[in-house]
Ligand binder design. Structure first.
Ligand SMILES: *[C@@H]1O[C@H](CO)[C@@H](O)[C@H](O)[C@H]1NC(C)=O
Ligand SMILES: *[C@@H]1O[C@H](CO)[C@@H](O)[C@H](O)[C@H]1NC(C)=O
Ligand SMILES: *[C@@H]1O[C@H](CO)[C@@H](O)[C@H](O)[C@H]1NC(C)=O
Length: 387
């Protein structure tokens, strides 16, 4: 154990900040076409068996790599995380566990505080990785796992076990600048925002209420560099729901959790697996429709091992699980607007297939029954997309 901690420590020392992966909501607008309900998906010149799509969507190409990474982390080996920029080049990360360890290396390594963090990290990572499996009715658990947890923390006693009446999911697309949906957004019982997008000076377009801040763990990792893991552009009372992009981020989670007043909740790994399958299914389907190629060719084009759903997609799924009515704002793209309402960033695709996700939202609105991998016990709420 001692040796392991030493090993962990020396590598922690080298750990830097993972470059912020941009999870920008820059959905491409695509037309929603109704397709027929035969067991085959119509593709330009031939038909692809729906079963084949389902089978391929269920394969997680990145799984072996992730498993290995988790095993190494559990053994205290941060080798794979060590190639990132050294934190030493910037003297700012005072609160980050890595920075703390850097300042008082020999003493702090052996400190009970550090040891506790390390044990806690292992436990969480272990539980999370064991939980990472497909479960078709996981949507039914979201009210209990997420909504009630947040409500109880906020001192609410009413409405536990029931869904919110209405939720607005606010994406970060520049299309929000074309309209003034602020008041409409704020009129929902719950407003969910993504990846800490700024609302100041955009209130008439994006609203000012935030009830849930949905982020990916790369965002929290950035916050971990700030005093007290500051990650509350919407106020310290707003709960944060976060999905883990990398298992090593559990360290940031644990370090930050202690300084957060509102709950900091990591999404259920089974919910992550479900979202991943659905998006991959839509991506495969779209790929076949457009290219007419074989499913095998998808992985090379979409970087199968790193392919991931966007934060926006999982936030919409979260809303679908905890709300009776879902309104989607700021998802989509138009040539006339900026990609991001609050930055001047250029489009970034790569990890995500926004077009495929938009196909999924189209089904969510028009015919949720065809969405694969979801248990019949779950009923999707009514969903409206505002453009
Ligand atoms: C969401 O936030 C608004 C503004 O703070 C508040 O009035 C509303 O009650 C919150 N919704 C829930 C369900 O707590
Ligand atoms: C996070 O912090 C809260 C409040 O301090 C605590 O109740 C909860 O158990 C912590 N969660 C984890 C995973 O440590
Ligand atoms: C493909 O199969 C899924 C899961 O059984 C189903 O929900 C969906 O409607 C099917 N799609 C088509 C185009 O038949």
């Amino acid at each position: 154990m001692k040796r392991t901690v030493h090993h962990l420590f020396s590598v922690l020392f080298l750990l830097g900040v993972v470059g912020l992966l941009s999870f920008r909501v820059i959905l491409r607008q695509s037309s929603i076409q109704l397709r027929n309900e035969s067991p085959f998906v119509e593709v330009a010149n031939f038909r692809v068996d729906n079963e084949t799509l389902l089978k391929y969507a269920a394969i997680d190409v990145g799984e072996p790599k992730l498993k290995q990474e988790i095993e190494e982390l559990l053994e205290g080996n941060f080798r794979n995380q060590g190639r990132h920029r050294s934190f030493l080049s910037s003297g700012k990360y005072r609160i980050d566990v890595r920075a703390r360890s850097a300042r008082g290396l020999p003493v702090q390594v052996r400190s009970p505080e550090f040891n506790q963090l390390w044990l806690s990290f292992r436990r969480h990572l272990h539980d999370w990785s064991r939980n990472r499996r497909f479960q078709s009715d996981i949507m039914l658990d979201l009210v209990n796992e997420l909504k009630d947890l947040m409500d109880k923390n906020g001192g609410k006693t009413e409405g536990l076990g029931r869904k919110y009446k209405s939720c607005a999911v606010v994406g970060n697309s520049g299309i929000l600048l074309k309209t003034a949906y602020g008041k409409l957004i704020d009129s929902h019982e719950v407003v969910i925002r993504l990846n800490n997008a700024r609302i100041g000076s955009f209130e008439n377009k994006v609203g000012k209420t935030t009830n849930i801040s949905f982020v990916n763990s790369n965002i929290l990792r950035l916050c971990a560099r700030r005093e007290g893991c500051y990650c509350h552009p919407y106020g310290a009372d707003v709960p944060i729901v976060m999905y883990m992009c990398q298992p090593a981020h559990f360290l940031d989670f644990l370090v930050c959790n202690s300084s957060h007043k509102a709950p900091l909740i990591v999404t259920d790994a089974r919910f992550d697996v479900l979202c991943a399958r659905i998006v991959k299914y839509y991506s495969l389907k779209r790929f076949l429709e457009i290219t007419g190629k074989d499913v095998e060719a998808w992985s090379a084009v979409h970087d199968g091992a790193n392919f991931h759903y966007s934060s926006g997609m999982q936030a919409v799924m979260l809303a679908a699980g905890v709300c009776d009515k879902v309104s989607i704002f700021g998802f989509g793209k138009s040539a006339a607007t900026k990609h991001h309402y609050h930055t001047n960033q250029k489009a970034e695709l790569g990890l995500h297939d926004y077009e495929a996700e938009y196909d999924f939202y189209g089904d969510l609105v028009a015919r949720p029954k065809v969405i694969p991998f979801i248990s019949d016990k779950f009923r999707f709420p009514s969903v409206t997309i505002y453009q």
